[in-house]
Design a protein around this ligand. Structure first.
Ligand code: BGC
Ligand code: BGC
Length: 634
């Protein structure tokens, strides 16, 4: 029988048990599942020891991570989507952030760095203190930063045909990017543009895979000898593979005639034309590869690259031995299936390591976790993906130095850097006609300048400059071609300017008409998709007609690709393809006045008519206006 003492003891024991149960319940709610080994931050952990080899650090860290933390690492979110809920970076352990479109979010490197450091602080508040990587499209300089040096777009570097020069431009881009706190650039595009109607032709070094592959030197420029240096950024070879080979009108979306379309080729041709340049980039040690929105149809119907396990796993990782990060393109996995679970499962199993979600990152993480839980995505696949991501973070030195080093901020847009951009612009000029050796000009002439490209910085910068689509005015600092002409022509020259050639030409010795495309990016620039149709604007055509009827004339074409000149050339004495030369207009003026020779050659075939596209060297019946590789010297 129970004594009062026993009764009290029983009550006491019961109370203790109840309290313990309550505490356990609270603990279970707060810590829903045991994170496993090393559930607290351990400053002595092997992964924090910089003296250990990266592979060992990766293994140690992976072994400490929960599946939730791993799913977070595989996520790349756009800044606008985390805006206002920055704690998600810590709570979900988001692996990477980006901002789209080379958008100029801040004016100075210090302001950029402060923003990114703020995100980094959140990331370092997470249980294991894994730093994040910040990425953006610094594709021809860090054009997101208004004061940065902006180089010619790739098509111009292809025309210059100098891999060493291209590498030097990339090395400067790396400096001007990392100093703003950015670790990762989505460049180079190793796309081989086989149809100039494609709105991304200017992002391509040209139509020839050997030319494109030779420019993989830019990977060394971006990444340097040591990725952790304050002068290096992680590079991205994109878009794997077949983006430049899409067939006109093949895409399902009306606005996107070529971009994101279907490449119809034999596997052998796909490898020869579109995969080959990636081998050069992998050899150069490129740390990431971005997958193409496009699909490949090798004979059995189109397969989206993002869903293509053969392409991404067997070929890219297996055969080519790529061991860096395979990154998806912007919201691209959503195109695989309306069923998001299927989209996530298919893309991750195909071999994608990090998904540029970029908006609903929570949904991505939850869905990935569901798929792992259901056994549809293996933990091994997840570990492989996360291991690749962490490897690059260690290589970037982010565990030792997670915050920006802005001590080199003075170098942004410096004279030395701009001198290289000017050199690259000059080297990219292709002289296509030069009757009676009109060029170079002596600098003693009276010069009448006209055309929409003469005094519009944004037109010479093109897309991916301060904004996704670029802007006509340009948000970057630089010198227009007109200003460059004024600077380079001798003091004896008299320069007059009338954009639409409405001012009387009078007794000018020579007219220079700078015709131009308006800026665009991606499918918006597909000829036939809208207003960018590869023909001269009425105003530019009229300026050519009136100026060339009245004086000796030079036509300079500022464009991301060849434009149709049929019917406009009869009275033109000299013709120059200037591509999208970047922030240094004086580079266009240098060969015009003989300060530098013309040495550029066409990286793409120049058609007589837009409808002659696709047109590539080696085609049966090849009959361009100017052939691939053509370029006069001075
Ligand atoms: C483009 C990529 C780019 C990404 C991020 C995509 O739409 O296809 O080339 O890197 O956006 O801006
Ligand atoms: C972004 C770009 C991206 C594009 C995709 C834009 O809003 O700024 O970075 O490439 O969307 O279509």
């Amino acid at each position: 029988m129970s004594s009062p003492f026993n009764r009290r003891a029983a009550i006491w024991t019961g109370a203790v048990a109840a309290a313990a149960a309550a505490a356990l319940a609270v603990w279970l709610v707060v810590v829903p599942d045991d994170p496993g080994p090393g559930d607290r931050f351990d400053p002595g952990a092997a992964y924090l020891d910089p003296s250990l080899p990266i592979a060992e650090r990766v293994d140690d860290l992976l072994a400490r991570m929960t599946i939730e933390e791993k799913a977070g690492q595989m996520t790349q979110a756009v800044v606008d989507a985390v805006g206002g809920s920055e704690d998600d970076i810590r709570d979900l352990g988001i692996g990477s952030l980006l901002n789209g479109g080379s958008d100029a979010l801040h004016d100075t490197p210090e302001d950029w760095a402060a923003m990114i450091d703020g995100f980094q602080e959140r990331a370092l508040d997470s249980r294991l203190r894994i730093p994040l990587m910040y990425g953006l499209d610094a594709v021809h300089g860090n054009a997101s930063l208004p004061g940065a040096t902006v180089f010619p777009h790739n098509i111009g570097l292809g025309a210059a045909g100098d891999p060493g020069l291209a590498e030097r431009t990339a090395a400067i881009t790396a400096i001007e990017t990392r100093v703003a706190g950015v670790h990762w650039t989505f460049s180079p595009c190793l796309c081989v543009a086989r149809d100039s109607r494609w709105g991304r032709t200017f992002e391509s070094f040209g139509e020839d895979p050997d030319l494109v592959g030779s420019m993989a030197t830019v990977v060394n420029g971006y990444q340097g000898e040591d990725l952790s240096a304050a002068t290096s950024v992680l590079a991205t070879a994109k878009h794997f593979a077949g983006d430049g080979g899409t067939a006109y009108g093949s895409s399902t979306t009306e606005d996107y005639l070529l971009d994101q379309g279907v490449t119809e080729l034999s596997e052998e041709e796909l490898r020869r034309l579109h995969i080959a340049p990636f081998e050069d980039a992998i050899e150069a040690g490129v740390g990431s590869v971005m997958v193409s929105y496009s699909s490949n149809d090798l004979g059995d119907g189109p397969v989206k690259a993002h869903a293509d396990e053969y392409l991404l796993t067997d070929v890219l990782r297996g055969e080519l031995g790529f061991d860096g990060i395979v990154l998806s393109d912007w919201q691209a996995i959503d195109q695989i299936s309306p069923d998001y679970n299927e989209a996530v499962r298919t893309s991750i199993n195909a071999g994608i390591d990090m998904v540029m979600v970029p908006f609903d990152y929570r949904k991505f993480i939850d869905t990935l976790l569901e798929e792992v839980e259901a056994g549809n995505v293996s933990e091994d696949r997840v570990d492989d993906a996360v291991g690749r991501i962490l490897t690059q973070k260690f290589a970037l030195g982010l565990f030792e130095e997670p915050y920006a080093d802005t001590s080199g901020a003075d170098l942004v847009g410096s004279e030395e850097h701009r001198a290289v951009a000017r050199e690259a612009a000059a080297a990219s000029q292709v002289l296509l006609r030069n009757e009676d050796d009109l060029l170079p000009l002596s600098g003693e002439e009276s010069v009448y300048v006209a055309g929409s490209g003469a005094d519009a910085l944004g037109r010479q910068l093109g897309g991916w400059s301060g904004a996704w689509q670029g802007t006509v005015e340009g948000v970057n600092e630089g010198t227009t071609i007109l200003e460059g002409i004024g600077e380079v022509a001798g003091p004896g020259a008299e320069i007059r300017f009338s954009e639409d050639a409405s001012e009387p030409i009078g007794a000018a010795d020579v007219g220079v008409v700078v015709v131009a495309e308006d800026p665009y990016s991606e499918g918006v620039g597909d000829a036939g998709a809208g207003s960018h149709d590869m023909t001269l604007s009425e105003a530019d055509a009229a300026a050519v007609d009136s100026v060339c009827a009245a004086a000796d004339c030079v036509v300079i074409v500022v464009s991301g690709r060849p434009v149709e000149l049929d019917g406009h050339l009869e009275r033109v004495d000299a013709l120059v393809a200037a591509w999208l030369p970047g922030s240094e207009g004086a580079g266009v003026a240098d060969p015009l006045f003989g300060v530098e020779p013309y040495t550029g050659t066409l990286p793409v075939s120049w058609p007589r008519k837009v409808d002659d596209e696709p047109l590539n060297v080696g085609d049966p019946g090849y009959d361009p206006l100017f052939e691939f590789g053509f370029g006069l010297g001075t």
